[in-house]
Design a protein around this ligand. Structure first.
Ligand code: UD1
Ligand code: CA
Length: 451
């Protein structure tokens, strides 16, 4: 059976107290909506429809960036979850299959749980995802009769007896497309909140003698985000899940709770990550590397056998080949660094190509920006860049070439050449002693004057 996703994301999220639509607030550097889309993507949906309202343009842009094939439809006024789902009707008019409704602010539903719902669909026309709530609060209550779900009662409409029920509605629902929209046609807003509730389709389906059932998931999966405090909780949930997954895959995290990961971080097995490392979006690290303490990585690739840090910064476009050493206080941006090359101390390598087996001395800077434009630096294989070399781009230092310490290199250095670009040293025998005497006298005089 083919599947379509409908993701409800039109709400304002008043409690976030933000100019940004709620579903665009980020967890692990991706909008929470993208996490919901990712969970749904595990079902290989034939269609994904996002229902947006508040911040429509921004939501549409974020969805399309993640999945250009997704459809984003507008819900002009937020008249309830049933009304919102109905907005997807046209987009799915030609779709023959099952529809799963998810909430954009409930990003942690797992693929396994969704699969369980699909299995349950074999015997039921409508499947609802429920959970046992530690604190049922204002969640909708699932009223069961044996295995049959009879109705969902919203908290505002529930009797005292119904409010005692702890089996709650997560909001996730599954039904055949035609059945779902038929049931939605029968909805009304005669309820305490005057909204068109999607949850009412359960009672209507039972009135029509359709089988309805509930599948249970862990409460952690239904964590809904309504405030900044919830967002922080969600971040913590994501991080601990992602760290556990990495460790299962054979990555050592010396102090897991201090390592921050992004939604798309990839790290190979037998890599060791020391404490306090930050992985921004777009990082892939191969097997058998060491990422040392306090390093900050984003949009970069680290190949097998390399070491990074401590205190290194790899910015977007940093591509380290195998066995590269990047040491403390080194920043690398938009640069390829060849196999076995070492950049061990206090350097900036940006907009550059560095060959194999090259040594970049401490304090080397690629001066890539002239105040208006960026320029490229090329360094060949087996070269030696002396400490404190300024490479004023565009410039090329050839294979097996050398630059003297403190040089300001503004012209290309051919292969095998040594370039020195600094003032010649002047040495005056005995002059240091004289200078010390003069200075000490001056100091003595000043000390006496100030007494
Ligand atoms: C909903 C359920 C409730 C369930 C709870 C779980 C209904 C009527 N109630 O309540 O049973 O326990 O979720 O969290 O479905 N949305 C729209 N357009 C609208 C209204 C909502 O897109 O007109 C979106 C929201 O952006 C949000 C989701 O639907 O992503 C849920 O809406 P919300 O208002 O938070 O529903 P609850 O009252 O929490
Ligand atoms: Ca909610």
């Amino acid at each position: 059976m083919s599947i379509a996703l409908v993701i409800l994301a039109a709400g304002k999220g008043t409690r976030m107290n933000s100019d940004l639509p709620k579903v665009l607030h980020q967890i692990a550097n991706a909008p929470m909506l993208v996490h919901t889309l990712q969970a749904g993507a595990a079902l290989s949906p034939a269609h994904s429809v996002v229902v947006a309202g508040h911040g429509f343009d921004a939501v549409k842009a974020a969805v399309e960036e993640y999945d250009p094939d997704a459809t984003v439809v507008l819900q002009q006024e937020q008249n309830g979850t049933g009304h919102a789902t109905n907005m997807a009707r046209e987009a799915l008019a030609d779709f023959d299959g099952d529809v799963i409704v998810l909430f954009g602010d409930t990003p942690f539903v797992t693929a396994e749980t969704l699969e369980k719902m699909i299995v349950a669909r074999d015997k039921s026309a409508v499947v609802v995802l429920g959970f046992e709530a530690a604190d049922p609060g204002k969640y909708g209550r699932l009223i069961m009769q044996g295995d049959s779900l009879e109705k969902i009662v919203e908290f505002a409409d529930a009797s005292d007896e119904e409010r005692d029920v702890t089996f709650c509605n997560s909001g996730v629902m599954l039904a055949n497309r035609a059945v779902l929209f038929d049931l939605i046609d029968a909805l009304n807003s005669n309820n305490a909140q005057g909204e068109i509730y999607l949850t009412d389709i359960v009672g209507i389906a039972r009135d029509r003698d359709l089988a309805v059932t509930a599948v249970t998931c862990d409460e952690a999966e239904t964590l809904g985000i309504n405030s900044r405090a919830h967002l922080a909780q969600a971040e913590a949930v994501f991080q601990s899940r992602a760290r556990a997954e990495l460790m299962d895959l054979g990555v050592t995290l010396q102090q897991p709770e201090t390592v921050m990961l992004s939604f798309d971080t990839v790290i190979g097995r037998d890599t060791v990550v020391e404490p306090n490392v930050y992985f921004g979006p777009g990082v892939t690290v191969e097997s058998g590397t060491r990422i040392r303490a306090f390093s900050h990585l984003e949009g970069c690739h680290v190949s097998r056998g390399s070491t990074v840090g401590p205190y290194a910064r790899l910015r977007p476009g940093a591509e380290l080949s195998e066995n590269v050493h990047v040491g403390n206080f080194v920043e690398i941006k938009n640069a390829e660094v060849g196999e076995g090359t070492k950049v061990n101390h206090l350097s900036y390598v940006g907009d550059a190509t560095v060959g194999k087996g090259t040594n970049i001395g401490a304090g080397t800077i690629t001066c890539n920006y002239d105040g208006v434009m960026k320029h490229h630096t090329e360094i060949g294989d087996s070269a030696f860049i002396g400490s404190n070399t300024m490479l004023v781009a565009p410039v090329r230092v050839g294979h097996q070439a050398m630059t003297g310490s403190g040089s300001v290199i503004t012209k290309d250095v051919p292969d095998a050449a040594l370039a020195l670009a600094r003032a010649d040293q002047v040495t005056k025998p005995g002059l240091a002693i004289k200078l010390f005497e003069i200075l000490n006298k001056k100091k003595h005089k000043r000390d006496q004057e100030s007494q």
